[in-house]
Design a protein around this ligand. Structure first.
Ligand SMILES: Cc1ncc(C[n+]2csc(CCOP(=O)(O)OP(=O)(O)O)c2C)c(N)n1
Length: 551
C-alpha cells in the first residue's frame, strides 16, 4: 500500500514501540505533527523550548530505558535541540531527534530557517542522517533506533527535508531486527576471580554503565560477595544504596575522604562502566598507583583511554556481573572495610551539623520512599545531592554528568515524570540554573506533572564563586545574582510554593508539596552565599590531597 512520508514515519515510530514524543511545532514539521495528531497510540508533550524537549526525551530515556524521541522544526528549532543532544551524547543516553528541514530543492540556498543541522550535530551525535527521498524513511528509522540503543547508547538525529513528508511510496515494514553493531568480548571470569582471590584491599568503582545496563542488583550481590567497598562516579550515583556499610560515596574532585583514600590505597580496583574522567582521577599519573586495575566497559574506545588497565573486558555490565557472580567466592575483608570505615567517619566529622544542604537531602531521603527520581541541574546543589542524598534501592539520580549542562534539570524531570507518573520526581536546582529553565514550569503545569523543584538559592553561581574564593583570591567576577521573587514567578504559572530558610520549615513545605495532586511545587530554600561543597581536591591534584574544611 502507498503511504505518505509522515504516515511512514508514524508506522516506523510504532514499530519501535514509541508511545511518547517531546517537541515543538514549526513550519517544517507541521505535516508530521498533523499525522501524529491523528495517531492515538503516541502521546506528545509540547515543551516551552526545544532544549527542554531534548532534555525531556533524555529524562524519559533514563527512566524507561527506551529511546527518547524529540521533534523540532528547521533552523532555530533544530539548533535549540543541540545542547540536549550534546548532554545525551556525553552521558550515553539513547535519543532519536527528528528535525524537519527546507525542501530538498532549497537546501544550500540560505532559505528561510535553513541551517546545516547535519554539520552542527555531527560531533555531538552517535550518528546523523538526512532523508531527501521518501523511499529511504523506513530503513533510516530502523537503523537510527538500532544505533541509538546498540552497545554504548547515544543520540541520533534524523533530519528530513519537508517535501519528503508529502511524497508517497509503497511501504512494507522491515522484517526482523538489525544485527548487533557492537563487538563484545568474552568475560575472562577465571582471570578476574584469580585477581579477586589475590587481593586484600579491593575496591569497586561504579560508573554510569551500571545505571544504564540496569545492573544495580547484580552490583549489590557482587560487592557483598567479594566484600569490597563501592565508590561511585557522578553518573554511577544511585547504583548502590547510600546507607550500605560498603558504600563510600563519590570519588574524585568532590569525592569523600573514604572513596579517594580507598582508591589510593587499594590493591585491586574493579571499574564498571566508567571512563576515568579527569574529575575522577585528578592527577592521572598518581591515580590508584598501588592497584591492579580491571576495567569492564561496553565501549572498546574507553579501554585504556585515560588510565592503563591490567585487564579489560568489552561487555555490558549486567551481563559481566551475572557471569562473575556465578564464579566468585565469598570473601571477608573486615580489616580493610574497617580501615575505609575510619576514613568514612573522618569525612562525617568534618560536615557541620547545621549544614542546610545536607539537612535538606536527609529530609528528602526521610520523607521519600524507594523508587524516587531525583534530577538536578549543575553546580554546588548537584554535588550536594550526589554527596548527601543516601540513594535507596532503585532510586534514580538523573544529572548531566559529562557535559555539566545548567538548565538540564527541569526538562529532564518532565521526561522522568511523564515516564513514571506514579513516582515522586524531585528537581534540585540552583538559582543560576533555574533562571535557565524556569520557562518549563509552563510545561509541568500544562500537563499536570507534580514535579517538586527544590531551589537552593545562594544568590550566586555558587560553584564558580567557590573556585573564585579558593583560586582567584576572592575576586567574585560576574557570579553574584540579584535576588528574584522565584515564588512569585512560580505562582504566576499556578505552582504551589513555599519560601524557607531552615530545615523545620523545609520539612513542613515538603509535606505540603507531596500532598499536591497533579500540581507542581517550588520550595525556595535560601542559603548563605558562601556555603561550600566539601571535601574538595584542587583541579589536577592527586585525589588524596583532600581539603576537608575552609576557614
Ligand atoms: C549552560 C552552562 N553555562 C555555564 C556553566 C558553568 N557553570 C558551572 S556550575 C555554574 C554555577 C551554577 O550556579 P547555580 O545554578 O546557581 O548553582 P549553585 O552552584 O549555586 O548550586 C556555572 C556557571 C555550565 N555548567 N553550564
Amino acid at each position: 500500500m502507498k503511504l505518505s512520508g509522515v504516515q511512514i514515519i508514524v508506522e516506523c515510530l510504532k514499530r519501535e514501540d514509541v508511545t511518547q514524543t517531546f517537541g515543538y511545532q514549526g513550519g517544517k514539521v507541521i505535516k508530521l505533527f498533523d499525522a501524529l495528531y491523528q495517531e492515538d497510540s503516541i502521546d506528545h508533550v509540547t515543551t516551552a523550548h526545544e532544549q527542554g524537549a531534548s532534555h525531556a526525551a533524555d529524562g524519559y530515556a533514563r527512566v524507561t530505558g527506551k529511546v527518547g524521541v524529540c521533534i523540532a522544526t528547521s533552523g532555530p528549532g533544530a539548533t535549540n535541540l543541540v545542547t540536549g543532544l550534546a548532554t545525551a551524547y556525553m552521558d550515553s543516553i539513547p535519543i532519536v531527534a527528528i528535525t524537519g528541514n527546507v525542501p530538498a530543492a532549497l537546501l544550500g540556498r540560505d532559505s528561510f530557517q535553513e541551517v546545516d543541522i547535519m554539520g552542527v550535530t555531527m560531533p555531538v551525535t552517535k550518528h546523523n542522517y538526512q532523508i531527501q527521498r521518501v523511499e529511504d524513511v523506513g530503513a533510516v528509522f530502523q537503523e537510527a533506533f538500532a544505533f541509538a540503543r546498540d552497545g554504548r547508547p547515544g543520540p541520533v538525529l534524523i533530519d528530513i527535508t519537508s517535501d519528503v513528508f508529502a511524497q508517497e511510496c509503497e511501504y512494507t515494514p522491515p522484517e526482523g531486527e538489525l544485527g548487533e553493531f557492537c563487538k563484545l568480548t568474552d568475560i575472562p571470569a577465571d582471570d578476574i576471580k584469580a585477581m579477586i582471590d589475590a587481593a586484600e584491599k579491593p575496591v569497586i568503582l561504579a560508573g554510569g554503565g551500571v545505571v544504564l545496563s540496569g545492573a544495580a542488583d547484580e552490583l549489590f550481590e557482587f560487592a557483598e560477595m567479594i566484600d569490597a567497598p563501592v565508590a561511585c562516579t557522578l553518573m554511577g550515583t544511585s547504583s548502590f544504596p547510600g546507607d550500605h556499610r560498603l558504600y563510600t560515596g563519590l570519588v574524585g574532585m568532590h569525592g569523600t575522604k573514604a572513596s579517594n583514600m580507598a582508591f589510593q590505597n587499594c590493591d585491586l580496583l574493579i571499574v564498571l562502566g566508567a571512563r576515568f574522567s579527569d574529575r575522577v582521577t585528578g592527577d592521572a599519573s598518581k591515580f590508584a598507583s598501588h592497584a591492579k586495575i580491571v576495567q569492564i566497559d561496553i565501549d572498546a574506545s574507553e579501554i585504556n583511554k585515560n588510565i592503563p588497565t591490567d585487564l579489560h573486558v568489552v561487555q555490558d555490565i549486567k551481563c559481566a556481573l551475572e557471569t562473575l557472580n556465578d564464579v566468585v567466592q565469598k570473601k571477608d575483608h573486615t580489616a580493610w572495610v574497617e580501615n575505609v570505615g575510619e576514613w568514612k567517619a573522618e569525612n562525617e566529622a568534618h560536615i557541620p551539623k547545621e549544614h542546610l544542604p545536607r539537612q535538606v537531602m536527609h529530609a528528602l531521603y526521610d520523607q521519600l520512599g524507594e523508587d524516587t527520581i531525583v534530577a538536578t541541574d549543575v553546580g554546588q546543589h548537584q554535588m550536594w545531592t550526589a554527596q548527601y542524598y543516601p540513594f535507596k534501592k532503585h532510586n534514580k539520580f538523573i544529572t548531566s554528568g559529562g557535559l555539566g549542562t545548567m538548565g538540564y534539570g527541569l526538562g529532564a524531570s518532565i521526561g522522568a515524570q511523564v515516564a513514571a507518573p506514579e513516582k515522586h520526581v524531585i528537581h534540585v536546582t540552583g538559582d543560576g540554573s533555574f533562571r535557565m529553565n524556569l520557562n518549563e514550569m509552563a510545561t509541568t503545569m500544562r500537563y499536570g506533572l507534580p514535579v517538586i523543584t527544590v531551589l537552593l538559592d545562594n544568590n550566586t553561581l555558587g560553584m564558580v564563586r567557590q573556585w573564585q574564593t579558593l583560586f582567584f583570591n576572592k575576586r567574585h567576577a560576574e557570579t553574584n545574582l540579584p535576588p528574584i521573587n522565584f515564588c512569585g514567578i512560580a505562582e504566576g504559572f499556578g505552582y504551589f510554593t513555599k519560601k524557607v530558610d531552615n530545615i523545620d520549615d523545609f520539612k513542613k513545605a515538603l509535606t505540603q508539596a507531596l500532598a499536591q495532586k497533579g500540581r507542581p511545587s517550588l520550595i525556595h530554600c535560601t542559603l548563605d552565599i558562601d556555603t561550600m561543597v566539601l571535601p574538595m581536591v584542587a583541579p589536577g591534584a592527586s585525589i588524596d590531597k583532600i581539603t576537608m574544611s575552609i576557614s
